[in-house]
Design a protein around this ligand. Sequence first.
Ligand SMILES: [Mg+2]
Ligand SMILES: [Zn+2]
Length: 565
Amino acid sequence: MSRRRKGLVAAGVLALGGLAIGSAVQAVTPGFSDDRSAKLASAINPEKPRNVILIIGDGTDDSMITAARNYELGAAGRFALDELPFTGEMTTYGLKTGPDPKDYPIAYVSDSAPTASGWSTGKKTVDSRLSQGPSAADTIPGTDYETVLEIYKKQGKRTGNVSTAEITDATPAAAASHINLRACQGPTDMASCTAAKKSNGGKGSIAEQLVDNKIDVILGGGLNRFNQATDAGPTVLDYAKSEKLKYQTVQTKSGLAGVTSLANGPILGLFTTGNMTPMFTPLTAAAAPAIAGGPTTRCDTADRGDQPTLSDMTTKAIDLLDNPNGFFLQVESAMVDKQEHASDICGAIGDLVEMDKALKVAQNYQAKHPDTLIIVTGDHAHSTQIVGGSTDDGKQLAQVQTADGDPMTVAYSTNAVGSDHTGTQIRVAASGPQAANVTGTIDQTDLFGTLLGRTPSKLPTGPTPPAPPAAQPKPVVALVADKTISAKNLQTSGLRISTNVAGATSVKVTLTKGGKTLASKTLSQYGETVRLKARQKVSGAVKVVVVARGPGGTKTKVVTATVTR
Ligand SMILES: [Mg+2]
Ligand SMILES: [Zn+2]
């Protein structure tokens, strides 16, 4: 970007005024005007990791990351994911079933089963298959391949598997089960996996294999699969709780908060019957030339009842898994993919933003435990495209207002109704020991070796580069609120306010009129979307004030809104 173009962008940011995110944009823009050589050199750590945290966004490719970033932080914002020291590209192709075991055809577009099997086992397989090799047909099992989770379990590390999908869905299933078809999730779903049935001497359904693998922490959705009867009679849930496996089970956020140790057995938390609820309510793209949403559409926070968030589950999993021998934890933000299938831009954005919050949880742990490797990636690309905004730009269209205050149009063009995976390479990023191994263009199966620790890594000898300065930056606050609201709506539904905060330990939002407080609320340290209601009737200009306090200082952001009579 030329200097002149940069100046124009800065002026444009300032001109937004009412949205007051200009300084947030400047503060989070890395710019890379400095030479990064020393910083990168000092971030290379050749040690073997003690703990490994793998964070997956299902269907999360660069298009989806960009769309979520534009919406949540503005075009010049950066997620924690964007600021990891090492970033590379990863190919995700798979195989097709076929008669010639030496020459299975390539599948250029894969589903979540072979892709998750790729990093879990280091080997390629066919669509719908979990940590098992290819074969001549879907119903013919291949050879079981040992997974990273199973290898670490044998080495005495604790293990965890967290997802916002059914925990028996393909991504979490590949970590610790082996079966010819991903659909065989519970013991009564085994019609196409008969050889795997326990009554036929097999390893059982995915649900049974996950608990038989004695994963220390299993958290996600999918209770219905565990309520199915096993071939031996009791449900999978009762089998998990039996004297043989000793699982502690919880089904609510408060129940999860009450578990503080693995001393009484591993934990199985199943918080919904099926998939968990996405963070935002859907905004489903409309068939062109119609368009869903519009230039001032912001996403609405969903009522998730008593379900924990992905960051809640990640926090608890890390607390429980932390031990001197280390742990392996896989965390999946699953609904990014599923909402993209539904052409739901808000649902996908909300769960990608939540994935970044889960990353921040992992980074907080890594800051105190530098022998922790964090890898963040997707499993395959998807259909969400950011397009120019005219109604012939795609088959299905939706529009939202970004944190810049500008409209962003997305198209879904793989299908006329719904949407599907695509076959492009995707981002992989990492920090911590051996993180440099994700750079360049790697394949999904290369992650297998990195997750297990490629030791010893070799570094050239030479002068030790200077450590980067450790000064704590001030909190960064992005703030958007409805620009107008009626006096009645301000009292009944409240003014919608979206904040995104980095580097804070406490965040408070206040609605004021003429210096008088109308309403206030304490937010999460990362900010959130809330509605503030005024107790009394007011009209004219009101102010929304967000105060974020952190180790680097205090940041205050103010925007105004107009209350109409
Ligand atoms: Mg998945
Ligand atoms: Zn999918």
